[in-house]
Write a protein that binds this ligand. Structure first.
Ligand SMILES: [Zn+2]
Length: 431
């Protein structure tokens, strides 16, 4: 089932409860319902919408909104991906759901199977809301704290492929640009657009993709470089709208973070029609982070950070790297599996006859091996989801595993293609 109207719902974690802080109707296509089989044993949070007769008509898995960490990147794009604890927990989150035209029940469900996450143990419970789409709860306005540091100068549609209710829409917020640097922001945003529009499979949907920019000026240019970033050089402190800073966690120099609450407020107020929103930070230093609003710098390689994070946020792809973090269940994600028999592998139709299964194994239960197969071979490669053992990914490399692989594997590509085809309907390219 498809809808052409959405509700943008904003929630805040407050006093061990979750409250709905705003409800805004937007004339855009909501993300398609996730396949119900993704919920079997799902270890994280998901949203479930039920009509007056108790029928579930929409589900959407969520990355844990209560985790307070972000992916980090090493000194350059060839360093392994890792996770780090953020100083400030992210306790606000947005969900875009269909507006079905009738009152419905929305549950934020926390599956009891969710693994214990040692970082931030907030409410491990479910929350229920009755949503009347005719109601309107205004999003919190952008207030003095932000405007002391800059101003919203305007919103522009820089790529216009049609009405927003027929397109997939992304938005880029300016951070660390002075008012006189707005021409540079427009040109930096266009450079990102140039990377994005030729990046598979987004290139196939480019004719149905819109791009907005929000021209946000800052008092100063750039981003903070705290002392722990500077190897003895003097720290740099600048006054910017979203308070961008490298070294978002000690020891992770390239973890570039912004004030996510402010970024979300600007998104809600100035570009609610965007399915996804990024913050672009005016700094040539390589860095970025995930979150409600993925962040990346203007360094030429940093665009891939934004695209990797988009793989998580809109397409629910799992990380395929092995750096230890938490133990999660690979069977909940479309691009990973715990199964080693060909018949049980969710991407078995993409595996060419004769491909050895498993294709590679780490030194877990026995000796490691790697069958020599050409790059791009779809098979069963051990390692992924922060674990070296008993988790398998589809290809040797993928943008969800390493930022040096400038593309998604065939399975991640298919997930993205399927979701965008469902979103955009019959005149999008066929899957
Ligand atoms: Zn992949």
């Amino acid at each position: 089932m498809r809808w052409d109207k959405s509700l943008r719902l904003d929630f805040r974690f407050q006093n061990a409860n979750v409250v709905l802080t705003s409800q805004t109707p937007v004339g855009i296509i909501p993300p398609p319902s996730d396949p119900s089989e993704w919920l079997d044993g799902y270890t994280g949070y998901y949203v479930r919408l039920t009509d007056g007769d108790g029928r579930v008509f929409y589900v959407q898995t969520l990355r844990d909104p209560f985790r307070s960490e972000a992916e980090t990147y090493g000194d350059d794009e060839s360093s392994p991906l890792d996770y780090a604890i953020l100083k400030e927990p992210e306790v606000e989150f947005s969900i875009l759901v269909p507006d079905p035209g009738f009152t419905f029940t929305l549950e934020i469900v926390n599956n009891p199977l969710q693994p214990e996450i040692p970082i931030y143990r907030l409410a491990r419970q479910s929350f229920t809301f009755t949503i009347d789409p005719a109601e309107f709860i205004f999003p919190p306005m952008v207030v003095s704290r932000e405007v002391e540091h800059g101003a919203i100068l305007g919103v522009e549609k820089i790529i216009d492929h049609g009405p927003d209710d027929k397109c997939w829409t992304i938005c880029i917020l300016a951070e660390g640009y002075r008012a006189d640097e707005m021409p540079k922001f427009v040109s930096d945003a266009m450079k990102f657009v140039d990377t994005f529009k030729s990046f598979g499979p987004f290139d196939e949907f480019w004719h149905r993709t819109n791009v907005y920019i929000v021209k946000v000026s800052s008092t100063d240019s750039g981003a903070d470089l705290p002392a722990q970033c500077q190897d003895g050089a003097p720290p740099v402190s600048v006054d910017t709208y979203f308070n961008a800073s490298f070294c978002g966690a000690v020891g992770n120099k390239r973890l570039l973070v912004v004030d996510q609450r402010t970024a979300k407020k600007v998104w809600d107020n100035f570009a609610p029609q965007a399915h996804v929103t990024f913050a672009m930070v005016n700094s040539p230093i390589y860095g970025g982070s995930g979150g409600n609003v993925p962040v990346f710098s203007t360094n030429g390689s940093a665009a891939l950070i934004g695209i990797h994070e988009l793989g998580h946020s809109f397409f629910k792809l799992a990380d395929e790297y092995e750096t230890p973090y938490i133990n999660d269940n690979p069977d909940n994600y479309p691009n990973l599996t715990s199964r080693t028999q060909l018949a049980d592998i969710k991407w078995k139709d993409l595996i060419a006859p004769g491909t050895p299964i498993p294709t590679s194994r780490n030194a877990c239960a026995g000796d490691p091996f790697a069958h020599p197969v050409p790059d791009g071979t779809v098979g069963l490669f051990e390692g992924g989801l922060y674990q070296a053992c008993n988790v398998f990914r589809p290809e040797k490399n993928c943008l969800m595993r390493t930022l040096t692989k400038p593309g998604f594997c065939a399975v991640c590509t298919r997930v993205i293609r399927t979701k965008l085809s469902q979103l955009l309907g019959p005149d999008a390219p066929n899957v």
